[in-house]
Design a protein around this ligand. Structure first.
Ligand code: PMP
Length: 381
């Protein structure tokens, strides 16, 4: 019999039936009054849930488009931009900025650590930066940046637009746009929202919207705030075709989030992450992210001595779960396991049990049931 496959890579994450059903609905015209109403309600919910008194944009695209949209609408060629990087996805802003002709300065940490807030302050004090980017959870390292603390510090730099990449964080790690002093937050549908890939969400505070206005015409067309603003205020208008079924799917995800309660969702992610991490450590894996700054959305697990990455991951796939490999210097030395979105205790128990079976079949020393025991004890706390 074919084994069921759980997608436990750090995005896309498992998509629950009710969200899949929305993607499978008969597509309607984007001007259909029912759809327009649904889209409008979705936008209002997104603003409320993430406490943004500015605007939210929901546009077909992925996380990378969110990165580009943030930069395109707040900077112009020749501007100074500071990239705070905790890994591969933080670094992605470097090339993106350079291609736009920005002067990019970088402050980065060792993989597994965060840049101290005082070091960021020191950098910002030396030059006038138009914008600064911070990746909330860098998926390459599993490190979570202190975005609220950085936002507090940013009060001393009111000219700098504070951009937060929430691709691997939003809807799992607490994020409040206004309260945290974030000027732009963006994410994609495929991670903690538990929807298939396909939409970019971007929240822009008043300062970011003003900055966009001050730029006049920008070279970018599809991702221009000014082009989308009339549609986000009144989705019956047309600029470029909205991804109708994906909007419904996201709306169902937001319904689930509201039903659970966003604070409860944050707590669930934290509890699940701690339980998973304790179980995985008990099986001999080392977590790359230091204890101070571990993400709740995924774990980046360094193998015990002697584990063959390719063999282990193919055994895991045979046993029923898909995980991702390590990036850059950690390729072959680590695997990445997502535990975010609409996954439940059944999934968590199953994942740890599957990892135990894969270790066993790989000939690694493992006591079957040990990780599951630790997980269960933590879940029952
Ligand atoms: N930022 C972060 C933190 C990510 O994890 C990713 C994707 N893993 C991206 C940006 C890029 O998003 P996408 O692949 O959806 O374009």
């Amino acid at each position: 019999m074919k084994t069921k496959k759980l997608v436990m890579i750090p995005g896309p994450t498992p998509v629950v039936r009710s969200i899949q059903d929305q993607m499978g609905r008969e597509t309607v015209a984007f001007g259909d009054p029912e759809f327009v109403k649904d889209f409008k309600e979705l936008l209002d919910d997104l603003k409320n849930l993430f406490k943004c008194s500015g605007e939210v944009f929901v546009v077909a695209g992925s996380g990378t488009m969110g990165m580009e949209m943030a930069i395109a609408n707040t900077t112009k060629k020749g501007d100074n931009v500071l990239v705070v990087s905790h890994g591969f996805f933080g670094d992605r802003f470097i090339e993106l900025g350079k291609r736009k002709g920005l002067n990019v300065d970088i402050v980065s940490s060792e993989w597994g650590e965060t840049v101290p807030v005082e070091k960021i302050r020191e950098k910002l004090s030396r030059k006038n930066y138009t914008a600064m980017t911070v990746t909330h959870v860098d998926t390459s390292t599993g490190v979570c940046a202190p975005v609220a603390e950085i936002g507090e510090m940013m009060k001393d730099f009111p000219e700098t637009i504070y951009i937060v990449d929430g691709v691997c964080a939003t809807a799992a790690e607490p994020e409040y746009v206004d309260d945290m002093g974030i000027d732009i937050l963006f994410t994609g549908t495929q991670k903690a929202f538990g929807v298939a890939p396909g939409l970019t969400m971007l929240w822009a505070g008043e300062k970011a919207l003003q900055r966009r206005k001050s730029l006049g015409d920008i070279p970018e067309y599809f991702i221009d705030f000014e082009k989308w603003l009339p549609i986000m205020n009144d989705p019956s208008k047309y600029y470029a075709t909205p991804a109708v079924n994906m909007v419904w799917a996201l709306k169902e995800s937001v319904r689930i989030i509201k039903e659970e309660g966003i604070e409860k969702r944050y707590e669930r992610h934290k509890k699940n992450a701690e339980a998973m991490q304790a179980a995985l450590e008990s099986l001999g894996f080392k977590i790359l992210a230091k204890e101070c700054c571990r993400a709740v959305t995924l774990s980046n697990l360094i193998y015990p001595e002697g584990t063959d990455d390719a063999k282990f991951r193919s055994l895991l796939a045979e046993e029923g779960i898909m995980v991702a490999g390590g990036l850059a210097a950690y390729a072959g030395k680590m695997f990445r396991l997502g535990h975010m979105g609409n996954i439940d205790k059944h999934d968590l128990v199953s994942v740890i049990a599957t990892i135990e079976r894969a270790l066993y079949r790989a000939g690694m020393p493992v006591e079957l049931g040990k990780g599951v025991g630790v997980l269960q004890q933590n879940l029952m706390k």
